[in-house]
Design a protein around this ligand. Structure first.
Ligand code: AMP
Length: 211
């Protein structure tokens, strides 16, 4: 299954919940790439600037990475792809690699949210650098301002959640990722979910769509 939607559409949150409910693997390419940057791997050094500017990393790097995972059997038990594909060349490569490995793509779920709601959501987004817990002002605030409820560590913001970078990410989404919506619409596997509601209500809609 592929999850599509602009940054801040809540697709990551919903992917975690659906993966747990359906016993599927959740693969967030953004999370994987941020880990590579944190670990200072060769890949991490190559992509850090792209990520911090809110730009996509080059197609060949991300396609190689996904290809290795498919070849390594990581998709065989069912996967939710959160953040891949993000360009038409990525979508076409995914189609080819799945066909080669006789894996079906059941559905592409599009989480639809307006630009203004996205800017509002991302400028209120904080996370704990130790346990990765997420917070969102004003709906999910920590008990003590700026401190993680679980381990007392000072909360941080992703550098690409600054407003100017968010607007850049939205422009890139419209230019490079939105055409994928039509790609999957043409294949009759796109389901659109209006994602401006509580996470519980959106999850209920998602479960209805996939069951
Ligand atoms: P995300 O956490 O999904 O918002 O991704 C964070 C950042 O990781 C993006 O802004 C890109 O720089 C990079 N990234 C994640 N997935 C991809 C992808 N499929 N293609 C290119 N860059 C990606």
């Amino acid at each position: 299954m592929v999850f599509l939607g602009p940054p801040g559409s809540g697709k990551g949150t919903q992917a975690v919940r659906l993966a747990a409910a359906k016993e599927m693997v959740h693969l967030s390419t953004g999370e994987f790439l941020r880990e590579a940057v944190k670990a200072g791997t060769e890949l991490g050094r190559k992509i850090e600037e792209h990520i911090n500017r809110g730009e996509l990393i080059p197609d060949d790097l991300i396609i190689d990475l996904i290809e290795n995972k498919v070849a390594g059997g990581e998709f065989s038990g069912g996967v939710i792809l959160d953040g891949f594909p993000r360009t038409i060349p990525q979508a076409k490569s995914l189609k080819k690699m799945l066909a080669k490995n006789e894996i079906g793509l059941d559905r592409a779920i599009l989480f639809a949210v307006s630009d203004e709601e996205i800017v509002k959501r991302l400028s209120g987004r904080w996370y704990c650098p130790q346990c990765n817990a997420g917070y969102n002002y004003p709906v999910a605030v920590p008990k003590t301002e700026g401190i993680c409820d679980h381990d007392g560590v000072t909360l941080k913001r992703r550098p690409d959640d600054e407003e100017a970078v968010v607007r850049n990410r939205l422009d890139i989404y419209k230019e490079q990722t939105r055409p994928i919506e039509d790609f999957y619409r043409t294949e009759s596997i796109l389901t659109e979910i209006v994602a401006e509601d509580s996470p519980d209500n959106i999850f209920a809609r998602l479960m209805e769509a996939v069951c």
